[in-house]
Design a binder for this molecule. Structure first.
Ligand code: EAX
Length: 323
């Protein structure tokens, strides 16, 4: 009798600890060493330590759960709990992200941090709840720059006719159309398409050219810095709402620290990357005619892309705040 009781107690003990522990599936489209993966891996390390192993994270990387659009669908449905996703592809789920991706919006990293970590950033994250997402924090891809295999680009006129791959985002497509390119939406990764000249060029932050070895297949880079590309560190809203307050606080704290760690890390590496890409033979235009690029896209705010009143109101506030 006593033995049975002890046995039952042991079973009960393991049953309760098992149900208290939680596994999080977190997806990124990129491979190890990428900006998204640095956030993901740091988050895993922090949350597992701080929860004393009660919360564990499995990072699905290299598009093993699909491209960024497909990952977002799975997060919405609740089959994947979290993701570190480039703001661009959120566009088809909620046009509010067009406010963050507005061309030539942020002057520098400090301004981006100040605004995205402040009330306006909070408003954007909060807004994603309408489409079933809990936006937790902003980490970064970084300022995006143009590369191509055809010619040196200094002014928008040089872009005419270039076939440029863009993310799944109506805004990004319009930016490149307006600049005179021939934009082709395509999910990540795109090495093969560049190698086989299905596309002439692409645009991404410096780390991408290094980690994905684009210096092997893209001769020219132009420091356009046309869009500050953030990631949204995101969870499914339904899953999030079902968590205990304690777990929500732990996860929010760990993702915030991971995001800030990654932004600092990314920026610290940029000078070294620039040197490396030059050494690898890329021809880098450091001073393109940014004024001309800006002028070409200046009218975007009056386009249909921003006609939704919720998006429009926030864009106006954002432009005001970054002036
Ligand atoms: O980081 O699809 C893209 O261009 C993104 O920037 C991608 O996540 C690479």
């Amino acid at each position: 009798m006593k033995k049975t009781l002890v046995f039952l107690l042991i079973v009960l003990f393991f049953a309760t600890t098992a149900s208290a522990s939680m596994k999080i599936k977190l997806a990124v489209v990129t491979k190890p060493g990428s900006a998204q993966n640095i956030v993901a891996d740091k988050f895993k390390e922090l949350i597992e330590a701080r929860s004393q192993g009660e919360i564990t994270v499995k990072v699905f990387h290299s598009a093993s759960l699909g491209n960024e659009t497909e990952i977002l669908q799975q997060i919405q449905m609740g089959t994947v709990e979290m993701g570190i996703i480039t703001a661009g592809p959120f566009d088809t789920f909620d046009p509010i992200v067009r406010v963050v991706n507005y061309p030539f919006l942020f002057k520098d990293n400090d301004q981006a941090d100040l605004i995205l970590d402040g009330p306006l950033g909070q408003e954007i994250l909060k807004s994603l709840e309408t489409s079933g997402f809990k936006g937790l924090h902003f980490s970064e891809n970084g300022f995006r720059n143009l590369t191509n295999s055809k010619k040196a680009v200094k002014t928008p006129d040089d872009i005419k006719g270039l076939k440029i791959r863009v993310m799944a985002s109506a805004l990004h497509k319009t930016i490149w159309q307006t600049l005179g390119a021939n934009p082709t939406p395509m999910p990540w990764p795109i090495y093969t398409e560049l190698e086989q000249s299905v596309i002439d060029g692409q645009e991404n932050p410096l780390w991408v050219m290094e980690v994905y070895k684009f210096y092997e297949i893209q001769k020219y880079m132009t420091m356009t810095r046309h869009v500050y590309s953030s990631h949204i560190d995101v969870a499914g809203l339904k899953w999030w709402n079902a968590l205990s307050d304690d777990n929500r606080a732990l996860i929010a704290g760990a993702i915030k620290d991971a995001a800030i760690f990654q932004r600092t890390d990314n920026r610290a590496k940029n000078a070294g990357r620039m040197a490396l890409l030059g050494k690898k033979g890329m021809i880098i235009e450091q001073h393109p005619d940014v004024t001309a690029f800006r002028a070409r896209v200046a009218d975007l705010k009056n386009m249909d892309l921003y006609s939704d009143p919720r998006v429009n109101a926030l864009l106006i506030k954002m432009i005001e705040a970054t002036r």
